[in-house]
Design a protein around this ligand. Structure first.
Ligand code: NAP
Length: 247
C-alpha cells in the first residue's frame, strides 16, 4: 500500500485500534493527524511511532461529540496538511449495562460519541473531499452492530447506525471519487476489552472460529487497504475482521 503524499485524520488515535491505524497509515507514507479526547501522553506516543516513518504528524485534542471542537480540529488539519484525503472515524466508547438498568445518559453518551461523532467528522471532511474530488472515509463499526450483544443496546445501536450511515454516505459521494466503507472488528485486545470479565472473555473466545482475540494491527491492515487506491472500486461495504466470529 502506498499512501505517500496523502493527508489522514484518525479520530481516537491515542490508544488501541486508532493508534495501530495511525501507525499503519504513516508506514504507508501518509501524513497523519492524531486525535484524542483526554490522554495527551498516549497521543504523543502515537505521534512518535508515526514520525519514525518520516511523515508529517499533528496531535490534536477534540471531543468528536462536540461540533465546534470537530470544526476547529478539521480546520487545523486542513491548514497543516493542505488537505484531508483519508478520514478514519475510530473514536469510540462503551457504557455497558443490561437494557433495564441503562440510563438515558448511558444511552446518549455512547450514541453521541460513536454515531454523532462519526457523522459530524464525515459531514465536515466530505465538504473538503468533494472540492478535492478525492476521498477515503473509513468508519469503525463492530461485530456487535451486525449481530447485537446483551448488555450493549446503546453500543449496538451506535455501531448499527454507523453501518446505515456508511452505506447512505457512500451512495451520496461515490460520483465524486469518494469511497465510504466500514470495518467491523470482532474482539480485539485493547483497553476497551481489557475491562471484560475473564468469564465473559472465555465465552466470547468460544464463539470465535479462529479461537483467539484479534490484534489492533489486524484491523489497521484492513483500514490501510480501504484507504489505498487499490480499493478505489469498493464503497458502501462492511468488512468484518473478526476471526470468523460473525459467521
Ligand atoms: P480504546 O482502546 O478504548 O480507545 C478509544 C480511543 O477513542 C482513545 O484514543 C480515546 O481517546 C478515543 N476517544 C474516546 N472518546 C472520544 C471522544 N469523545 N472524542 C475523541 N476521541 C475519543 O478503544 P479501541 O478498542 O481501540 O476501539 C477503537 C474503535 O474500534 C471504537 O470505535 C470501538 O467501538 C471499535 N471496536 C473495538 C473493538 C474491540 O474489541 N476493541 C471491537 C469492535 C469495534 P483518549 O485516549 O484520549 O481517551
Amino acid at each position: 500500500m502506498d499512501l505517500t503524499g496523502k493527508g489522514a485524520l484518525v479520530t481516537g488515535a491515542s490508544r488501541g485500534i486508532g493508534r495501530a491505524i495511525a501507525v499503519a497509515l504513516a508506514k504507508a507514507g501518509a501524513d497523519v493527524a492524531i486525535n484524542y479526547a483526554g490522554n495527551e501522553e498516549a497521543a504523543k506516543k502515537t505521534e512518535e511511532l508515526c514520525a519514525a516513518y518520516g511523515v508529517n504528524t499533528l496531535v490534536i485534542k477534540a471531543d468528536v461529540a462536540n461540533a465546534e471542537e470537530c470544526k476547529t480540529m478539521i480546520d487545523c488539519v486542513k491548514e497543516h496538511f493542505g488537505k484531508i484525503d483519508i478520514l478514519v472515524n475510530n473514536a469510540g466508547i462503551t457504557k455497558d449495562k443490561l437494557m433495564l438498568g441503562m440510563t438515558e445518559a448511558d444511552f446518549m453518551d455512547v450514541i453521541n460519541t460513536n454515531l454523532k461523532g462519526s457523522f459530524l467528522c464525515m459531514q465536515m471532511v466530505s465538504k473538503l473531499m468533494i472540492k478535492q474530488r478525492y476521498g477515503r472515509i473509513i468508519n469503525l463499526s463492530s461485530v456487535v452492530g451486525l449481530h447485537g450483544n446483551a448488555g450493549q443496546v446503546n453500543y449496538a445501536a451506535s455501531k448499527a447506525g454507523v453501518i446505515g450511515m456508511t452505506k447512505s454516505a457512500a451512495k451520496e459521494l461515490a460520483s465524486r471519487n469518494i469511497t465510504v466503507n466500514a470495518v467491523a472488528p470482532g474482539m480485539i485486545e485493547t483497553d476497551m476489552t481489557a475491562v471484560i470479565s475473564e468469564k465473559a472473555k472465555e465465552a466470547m473466545l468460544g464463539s470465535i472460529p479462529a479461537a483467539r482475540a484479534g490484534k489492533p494491527e489486524e484491523i489497521a491492515d484492513a483500514v490501510a487497504f480501504l484507504a489505498s487506491d487499490r480499493a478505489a472500486y469498493i464503497t458502501g461495504q462492511v468488512i468484518s475482521v473478526d476471526g470468523g466470529m460473525g459467521i
